[in-house]
Design a protein around this ligand. Structure first.
Ligand SMILES: [Fe+2]
Length: 208
């Protein structure tokens, strides 16, 4: 079962920064992070932070799909939102397995991942502003938020494909490649649905 929200109680770990204090038992050392993805011959600590941020984006995606599913009044949208939300939940599990394969800890939340979560939380706040707009405008903004999130997802997985291609042949390269092969076709579908639904809605309302 993938972890959709990491907390200290669930075993979350992090790096202390200027404004973030991490209790000693929750702290992960920089030395430990450097041992991540050693077969890549790259910057292990940076790759650990990147994979943590990518996973955070997928976790936030699950929350976004849940929120949109609860809000929508369109049956045809609800089916797709539920389907894509379930797929995104599986992506979280794939990311967690990948991190373990690369020698990391999926409960590690990098500073980059924390900002990813903060950014997503701010975006979700917009979806709670239905009282200060009209339902039609809110529907368009729901689709715009989804499109923006999916464009980022799509870019993340394309980036991971490029990184896998740059890695020397190894079990780690193969693990990354396999994860990309499983997720990327679904991300293509997510971003295409968000883009085409948003456009269709605008064409329909503009009667063009
Ligand atoms: Fe997606």
């Amino acid at each position: 079962m993938p972890t959709l929200s990491i907390t200290a109680e669930k075993g979350g770990k992090s790096l202390p920064t200027l404004m973030t204090i991490v209790p000693p038992d929750r702290e992960i050392s920089f030395e430990a992070l450097q041992k991540f993805a050693t077969e890549s011959k790259g910057n292990g600590a940076f790759l650990a932070d990147l994979l943590s941020a990518v996973t955070a984006h997928e976790r936030c995606g699950v929350h976004l799909y849940n929120c949109l599913f609860e809000q929508t009044t369109r049956d045809e949208w609800a089916d797709r939102l539920e389907e894509f939300g379930d797929q995104t939940k599986k992506h979280v599990g794939i990311c967690e397995n990948l991190i373990h394969h690369l020698g990391g800890n999926s409960m590690y939340v990098s500073p980059w991942a924390r900002l990813t979560e903060d950014q997503a939380a701010k975006t979700l706040e917009v979806l709670l502003m239905s009282g200060s707009t009209d339902p039609f405008s809110m529907e368009l903004v729901q689709l715009e938020i989804l499109l923006s999130a999916e464009l980022k997802c799509h870019s993340n997985w394309h980036l991971l494909r490029e990184i896998a291609q740059r890695m020397p042949d190894s079990k780690e390269k193969e693990a990354l490649h396999q994860a990309v092969e499983k997720v990327e076709p679904e991300e293509d579908e997510h971003v295409e649905w968000a883009r085409s639904t948003w456009q269709k809605e605008i064409f329909s309302r503009s009667k063009l």
